[in-house]
Design a protein around this ligand. Sequence first.
Ligand SMILES: Cc1cc2nc3c(=O)[nH]c(=O)nc-3n(C[C@H](O)[C@H](O)[C@H](O)COP(=O)(O)OP(=O)(O)OC[C@H]3O[C@@H](n4cnc5c(N)ncnc54)[C@H](O)[C@@H]3O)c2cc1C
Length: 425
Amino acid sequence: MALRSWGQLPAKPALDERWWVDRAAALPSIDRSLLAYGNGRSYGDVGLNSGATLLHTRGMDRFIAFDEASGVLSCEAGVLLSEILEVFVPRGWFLPVTPGTRFVTVGGAIANDVHSKNHHGAGTFGCHVRRFELLRSDGSRRICSSGENADWFAATIGGLGLTGLITWVEMELKRISGTGIAVENTRFSGLDEFFALNTIAEARHEYTVAWIDCLASTPRGIFMGGDHVADGDLALAPRKPLSFPLTLPFSLINGLSLRAFNQAYYRRPLAATSVTHYAPFFYPLDGVLHWNRLYGRQGFYQYQLVLPMAAREALVDVLRSISASGQGSFLAVLKTFGERASPGLLSFPMPGVTLALDFPNRGAPTLALFDRLDAIVGAAGGRLYAAKDARMSGEFFRRSYPRLNEFLPFIDPKFSSDFARRVLS
Ligand SMILES: Cc1cc2nc3c(=O)[nH]c(=O)nc-3n(C[C@H](O)[C@H](O)[C@H](O)COP(=O)(O)OP(=O)(O)OC[C@H]3O[C@@H](n4cnc5c(N)ncnc54)[C@H](O)[C@@H]3O)c2cc1C
């Protein structure tokens, strides 16, 4: 069966898959293209390499060194963020930036330069990476940092796995003194209210994010601000996740179930403040393993856009188009990105506002909606997140990533992906 990405969209299989366990090993000498495969949490095709070779990196999962004084960790690139949390939270250390799932590898987090709810203060994952080793298909190994091979460092962070194989990484962890997050919840209605709340919350909270009901005629949602709690409790165990057992031939997600879910979620009793474990705060979807199977065999798309702050009004048109289409998601996430520059040439964030939504794959109507959204986002000077994408045009990608030409010379001639062939050829 073809390896699918997180969106479970039908894909052609790779010709062979190899498991990588030894970071000192040489890359295979074959005449097909290569691509690292982390933990398959990218929604679209950045991690797929149809008809060619995938190098599974999860076997490179060793911790190498840890400096208890500074929190600097060296580990192999196939280590999962969840494994870092398991070992280091009890010692009082946390990830400096974590995406909405902890089941991603360190290599995958660098290749997509992932962001979190603290982007307004902390920037992207890459901002906290000190060094890594990059193995190229010509056998060369480069240590890359902001001071050594800085151009390779910038190309590989957010480089979508195209510059070679990252074998090990040195990154910073951050101090915590409790597993709890103090959360402040506020219901809002309309985008003006969201932006007003956001301005205040970003000054007060380390983490901010909003959930919005994109099917309502006036966008409404719940704004969350969060901060680590210094309660000294580092041993609180997260609940054991449930698992969705199988992929159904049809999707359980439809207009009716979405509307009902969104209504109930918006109206549920809401404590203004509460303290929760970090796991449900950062990783609500990790509570149900394989939740992506809910969408059935046809899979689903995620559409994540960012708009420059000056063009945030375009969000109204985006949400109007989604609501009018009757398609949309029960987890639309709205968040602003701050000014801290990403180190990567192709990093997705820019100062502005980002919206992420899931859409069941209904074929032509879904793709037609995306084309309408692309036109709005493109005209506003925004762009889409490659980690979530499976269908944007090459023309849109090339136009919206202004540093692409600086990046191109760093692509390893033996590395490729379905995404790269779609948008770069
Ligand atoms: C529920 C959920 C929530 C998410 N929330 C967020 C979020 O809040 N913020 C965010 O930014 N992203 C988010 N994501 C996306 C996810 O963080 C990224 O797609 C991440 O890159 C996946 O990592 P992975 O290890 O699964 O890599 P894969 O998906 O397997 O691969 C991703 C890319 O990394 C490359 N790669 C992997 N390992 C290496 C290596 N060793 N060397 C070179 N290249 C490598 C691959 O070639 C590929 O291009 C979310 C995903 C899910 C499923």
